[in-house]
Design a protein around this ligand. Structure first.
Ligand code: GLC
Length: 590
């Protein structure tokens, strides 16, 4: 895939690894999710229809037209199941019902019907690793009632300290800070919680637990769900020997010995048994037609992530989320063409044969693109993820370039942030990116008619909102919609990929397919305006000019306005700009 010399474009890995070219309308036959954008909605924050300050299912249903117009074909909704909300829905006390704060099962059915009528698939968030401590299973397990006694990971204390307090069986840490073990006097034992102490880990070494969760899959599939995002998958199993301490991660340089990153995690992550479980889930899903299985199983070792794809003969998840553009691109100075290209190559180079890539820029767990990397990069990065081969995942609000909200300690809700206290909560809080969707300039950004909202609305909502951006001649939203439409074209849906120019400042890529329009995407990732000569300095033959399809909102120049012809020998881009160009039709690329 590296093309260092000036030569004709040859097919890239995508072609080599993709299915053989099929009948003329082949793209209709590939699974729906391959050509689709996955749009993640955090239900508490999308739209509140009953004025209680928290979003609900009816709110999502009410926005079906918005999603349709946006060009989104897959809606992934974060958990809306019955929950005491210690981790805002990721602590579930009934996996097969809707929490009243979000509505009812009937509201879910209505949501599904409405979305399906618009050809939008609905994917649910399944959280198998743990339940709420208020789940009936846990309550019964606590009392050692059969068959629930071993539904969770219980362990005897290693001993007792001088004051007579029980000592946890090992040093394992919770991702939310502190020991992952919580003592329960009732049972005289500790239980294990990878996350919050109100999220006890289910014991997947117990086959009944496996069956229970399979039934959860079936329940929602029978109700018509189109697939699942599986939460915290890599943590489902721990080693059997609970006496094993995890080693200190010397390289991480973390001083706080209660911080999760203080340790390495060989005994609580990616255990081999996990894959057998995913295989079983895959089998269940394949007894239904055409369902999508996305895995949240990212870790720094790309080989470990890729295992969740399985392979041709042993398919597991359709894809594990690719968080490389988030984890490896943490601030503005990480955004260089060379680095992004390396990250993109790494994914393609490790992708198992026949598997499909995906690109994630954010989620309810990560800082928003505009805040993490820079507001000027919003359009360029949407161009990258929407126009590369693969399925893009967009977190709600990224299409309008929403920014992290500034949330005080008093208003902070995220349990992880609260565990770090008033001096350090900001570094840990996930609340800023979970603030309400900014629909318009009315009170509460049009998110809620109520007196207050569960998290404060970002102050910038008066100017940064959906309504303003739909009315404006140019806006992030309009760029996004253009990209969503473009990516349906065969050149993007099925086309090949090549990178004519890769420098620290500029990343350029081409999408093309025989007898179809050819597109050139040029991103200026630097913090300066640049002039690039793509005609003479590309590592493959590019024509002298091209026409502009769309560009970042920050570029107001006459020269680059959509429809204009630009000179590829001296292409001007403002800082952070992305430009999508169409190459002259007759131009031979291959
Ligand atoms: C996943 C979710 C996160 C949640 C955790 C516990 O990491 O993305 O938001 O807190 O699981 O369920």
């Amino acid at each position: 895939m590296n093309m260092h010399h000036r030569k004709k474009i040859t097919s890239t890995q995508i072609k080599a690894r993709d299915e053989q070219p099929g009948p003329k309308h082949f793209e209709r036959e590939v699974p729906w999710w391959k050509n689709s954008i996955v749009y993640q909605v955090y239900p508490r924050s999308f739209l509140d229809t009953n004025g209680d300050g928290t979003g609900d299912l009816k709110g999502i249903t009410a926005k079906a037209d918005y999603l349709y117009d946006l060009g989104v074909k897959t809606l992934w909704i974060s958990p809306f199941f019955t929950s005491p909300m210690a981790d805002f829905g990721y602590d579930i006390s009934n996996f097969v019902d809707v929490d009243p704060i979000f509505g009812s099962l009937a509201d879910f059915d209505e949501l599904l019907k409405t979305m399906h009528s618009k050809d939008i698939k609905v994917v649910l968030d399944i959280v198998p690793n743990h339940s709420s401590d208020e789940h009936e299973w846990f309550q019964r397990s606590l009392r050692r009632e059969e068959p629930y006694a071993d539904y969770y990971v219980w362990a005897d204390p290693k001993g007792f300290n001088d004051s007579g307090n029980p000592i946890p069986p090992n040093n394992w840490l919770s991702k939310f800070r502190g020991s992952a073990w919580e003592w329960r006097e009732e049972r005289g034992q500790f239980y294990y919680h990878q996350y919050h102490r109100k999220q006890p880990d289910l014991n997947f070494r117990n086959h009944r637990v496996q069956e229970e969760i399979k039934n959860v899959f079936k329940f929602w599939l029978d109700r018509g769900a189109d697939g699942f995002r599986v939460d915290g998958l890599k943590h489902i199993f721990e080693v059997e020997d609970l006496n094993l301490d995890e080693p200190v991660d010397e390289e991480a340089g973390v001083e706080d010995n209660l911080h999760y990153n203080y340790l390495k995690h060989p005994f609580t992550m990616n255990q081999p048994e996990t894959f057998e479980l995913v295989r079983d889930w895959r089998k269940i899903m394949d007894t239904y037609q055409d369902k999508l299985l996305m895995a949240q199983a990212y870790s720094n070792d790309i080989q470990d992530v890729m295992k969740y794809y399985g392979n041709d003969t042993d398919p597991l998840a359709d894809f594990p989320f690719n968080f490389c553009l988030v984890e490896k691109v943490q601030n503005r100075s990480d955004v260089t063409g060379t680095r992004l290209k390396k990250i993109i190559d790494e994914w393609f180079d490790n992708l198992p044969k026949g598997k499909w890539p995906n690109w994630v820029l954010g989620s309810h767990d990560y800082s928003r693109v505009a805040s993490r990397l820079g507001a000027d990069l919003v359009d360029a990065l949407n161009m990258l993820t929407l126009l590369l081969p693969g399925t893009p995942v967009t977190y709600y609000g990224e299409e309008i370039g929403m920014q992290d909200a500034d949330i005080s300690w008093e208003d902070t809700k995220d349990p992880r942030a609260r565990n770090f206290g008033p001096d350090h909560y900001r570094e840990q809080s996930r609340d800023p990116r979970r603030a309400p969707m900014q629909w318009d300039a009315t009170a509460n950004a049009g998110f809620s008619r109520g007196p207050s909202t569960w998290l404060p609305v970002n102050d910038n909502y008066k100017t940064l909102n959906v309504k303003a951006q739909s009315e404006a001649r140019v806006s992030h939203l309009k760029v996004y919609m253009t990209l969503a439409r473009l990516r349906q074209e065969r050149s993007f849906a099925k086309g090949k990929l090549a990178f004519p120019v890769v420098t620290d400042e500029v990343l350029a890529f081409i999408r093309y397919l025989e007898d179809e329009p050819k597109y050139l995407v040029v991103l200026n990732l630097s913090e300066n305006d640049v002039v690039v000569d793509l005609h003479h300095h590309a590592n493959l033959k590019l024509p002298p000019d091209a026409s502009v399809i769309t560009r970042s909102v920050s570029d107001k120049s006459e020269e680059n306005s959509p429809g204009s012809k630009v000179n590829l020998s001296a292409l001007m881009l403002v800082r952070g700009e992305g430009l999508v160009l169409q190459l002259p039709f007759a131009e031979e690329i291959e």
